[in-house]
Design a protein around this ligand. Structure first.
Ligand code: SAH
Ligand code: SF4
Length: 410
């Protein structure tokens, strides 16, 4: 495809999708069963009914995926009215939906303030692949960490996302991709997990999930609940830049798969690229990885390693990487650096990346090179950014055109 063809409206035009009528009441989405029960009792639902009501509401929210109380067919009209008076189950507003040439979708979502504050915007990315589809979910608006090569890191933190906002990214993606049963599917019909568009979820969007541990944990436990969304914990991966104490808690309290943004194998370089290393250096990080519950050859830890030209991509680095990972069941994900406006690094040459991958492979580690996805819509790793500092549209179109000219054949 030529760069001009790639610039066709279908590839680049954002679609305005949903209306912007914000409901600012508290949401029932993202509450644990206990919190849901408490919320119902507070609004006058009889104690003896609560367990059954929680079960019904849970089913409608997370198995059927409804977003309107009127669709709760086995709930009485009075109760639906009561719920509507006090709560909402509305989805966020889709400000923009962009579809890349490679099928990757990026949604810019806006959440209303619940209580005080102003609306926030975040990005969620869906990456379809042969045999699976991965949803890349954000945990914060911006990020307080300032990894030198990451676009999100240049956006100041606006705030942590709530459990509702984290989970709503999954609900909205399943809506848009047709992953929930429709209204005509008989109640009680089992919806098979196979064939779902969103088969995997990664906490690899904007923000550092382990700086928002409680909300991320609540959302992941609901996403993996067997009587609801039922995503297997083996298909949920949380990526961290290395917040060591919360790595232990992630293992003990959520049981999801772990990915570490490693990017450097010496403390001096990692201090610079991933500054949280100054607080939790490599030795502590690797100890936490060794202690991660359930790690085995069947459940390996993923180490993400962004390939930066002339910075961390030598064969000496590859050799040190093998040494560092000794004894840890690991898979190494090599990520070609994705440039963004103003970034000061370059991506390693393709031959260098291949030689690096080959070296690691010879040492017995899987070392897939992550194909950049959705670069034309700035949806690839490290390119997400939103809200206050979004690029002006003219700048963005110029940048997108440049990216397509450079990477149109990716
Ligand atoms: N904050 C978490 C979650 C973000 S995951 C973390 O850092 O792990 C996003 C992944 O993309 C991380 O491994 C991150 O280091 C990587 N990344 C960031 N900027 C990038 C860029 N410009 N090119 C390629 N990968 C990048
Ligand atoms: Fe934050 Fe992760 Fe980006 Fe670092 S790589 S700035 S931790 S989002």
């Amino acid at each position: 495809m030529t760069a001009m063809e790639a610039l066709s409206p279908a590839a680049l035009k954002p679609m305005a999708v949903s209306p912007a009528m914000f409901d600012t009441k508290p949401s029932l989405i993202g509450l644990s069963r206990e919190e849901l029960a408490k919320a119902l009792v507070e609004k006058g639902i009889a104690e003896r009914q609560v367990k059954m009501r929680v079960q019904q509401i849970w089913h409608w929210l997370y198995v059927r995926g409804i977003s309107d109380f009127d669709d709760m067919l086995n709930v009485s009209k009075d109760l639906r009215e009561l719920l509507r008076t006090h709560f909402t189950i509305q989805r966020p507003e889709i400000v923009e939906e962009q579809i890349s040439n490679d099928g990757t979708r990026k949604w810019l979502l806006r959440f209303p303030p619940r209580g005080a504050g102003r609306p926030v915007e975040i990005e969620t990315v869906y990456i379809p692949e042969e045999g699976r589809g991965t949803l890349c979910v954000s945990s914060q608006v911006g990020c307080t960490l300032t990894c030198d090569f990451c676009h999100t890191g240049t956006q100041r933190l606006v705030r942590n996302l709530t459990a509702e906002e984290i989970l709503s990214q999954l609900l909205l993606a399943r809506d848009r991709l047709g992953d929930f049963p429709d209204r005509n599917t008989p109640q009680g019909a089992i919806v098979p997990a196979e064939g779902r568009k969103v088969s995997n979820m990664v906490m690899m969007g904007m923000g550092e999930p382990l700086y928002n541990f409680e909300n991320v944990k609540t959302a992941l436990l609901i996403a993996s609940d067997g009587d609801g969304l039922a995503l297997s914990k083996r298909r949920i991966t949380l990526s961290t830049s290395g917040v060591v104490p919360e790595i232990y808690r992630t293992g003990a309290e959520t049981g999801v798969m772990l990915a570490i943004s490693l990017h450097a194998v010496r403390d001096d370089l990692r201090d610079h690229l991933v500054p949280i290393n100054k607080k939790f250096p490599l030795k502590q990080l690797m100890e936490a990885c060794r202690a991660y519950p359930g790690v085995s050859n069947a459940r390996r830890i993923t180490f993400e390693y962004v390939m930066l030209k002339g910075v961390n991509d030598s064969l000496a680095d590859a050799r040190d990487l093998i040494k560092l990972l000794k004894g840890v069941p690991a898979k190494i994900n090599l990520i070609p650096f994705n440039p963004w406006p103003g970034s000061k690094y370059e991506c390693s040459d393709w031959e260098t990346i291949e030689a690096f991958a080959e070296f690691i492979n010879q040492a017995g580690y899987a070392s897939p090179i992550r194909t950049p996805r959705g670069r034309d819509i700035l949806a690839a790793c490290g390119q997400l950014k939103s809200d206050s500092e979004r690029m002006r549209k003219t700048d963005r179109l110029a940048f997108e055109a440049m990216m397509i000219a450079n990477h149109g054949e990716d």
